[in-house]
Design a protein around this ligand. Structure first.
Ligand code: FES
Ligand code: FES
Length: 154
C-alpha cells in the first residue's frame, strides 16, 4: 500500500511520520514516533489502554487512522509531565496507589485529565462514568477514583 509522509502535532511538537492510509494512530505513535506510552490491549475499542487525547477528547487510538489525526492536537502520556515535574494527576495516582500496570495506567490518567478539564469537581459517579471506557483486568477501581478525587481537590 502506498506510503505517505504526514505531520502529526504531538505533545506540542510537529512530528513527521511515514504511514500507510490504513495505519492506525496507535501504530503511528508507537512505531513511527517511538511514543510507547499508549498501549495495545484489545485492539478493538474495548479496553482504553490505547487512549490518547485528540483535541482534548479521549480517543481510542486503535480505532483512529493516523491520517485522521492530521491537523489535530494529540496528547500522549509522554507529554503530560513538564520540566517542572509530574502532572498533578500523575502525582495523585502515585500518592493514592492508583498506579497499576503500565498497560492500563497511561490511558486511565489521560481519560481522567479529559474529565477534569471538562468537569474540575466531578462526583464519584462522574469519575466512574468518565473512566468507564478504561478497563483494568486485575483489580478494583477504588484507588483510581480516590486519586482522581485528590487531583480534583488539589
Ligand atoms: S487497544 Fe484500543 S481500546 Fe483496547
Ligand atoms: S490492567 Fe493494568 S493493573 Fe490491571
Amino acid at each position: 500500500m502506498a506510503k505517505q509522509l504526514i505531520s502529526l502535532r504531538v505533545n506540542g511538537s510537529e512530528r513527521d511520520c511515514v504511514v500507510e492510509p490504513r495505519t492506525r494512530l496507535l501504530d503511528a505513535l508507537r512505531e513511527g514516533l517511538g511514543l510507547t506510552g499508549a498501549k495495545e490491549g484489545c485492539g478493538n475499542g474495548e479496553c482504553g489502554a490505547c487512549t490518547v487525547l485528540v483535541d482534548g477528547r479521549p480517543i481510542n487510538s486503535c480505532l483512529m487512522l493516523a491520517v485522521e489525526a492530521v491537523g489535530s492536537e494529540i496528547l500522549t502520556i509522554e507529554g503530560l509531565a513538564t520540566r517542572d515535574g509530574l502532572h498533578p494527576l500523575q502525582e495523585a495516582f502515585m500518592e493514592h496507589g492508583g498506579l497499576q500496570c503500565g498497560i492500563c495506567t497511561p490511558g486511565m490518567i489521560l481519560a481522567a485529565k479529559a474529565l477534569l478539564d471538562e468537569n474540575p469537581k466531578p462526583s464519584e459517579a462522574e469519575i466512574r462514568a468518565g473512566l468507564a471506557g478504561n478497563l483494568c483486568r486485575c483489580t478494583g477501581y477504588t484507588k483510581i477514583v480516590e486519586a482522581v478525587q485528590a487531583a480534583a481537590e488539589a
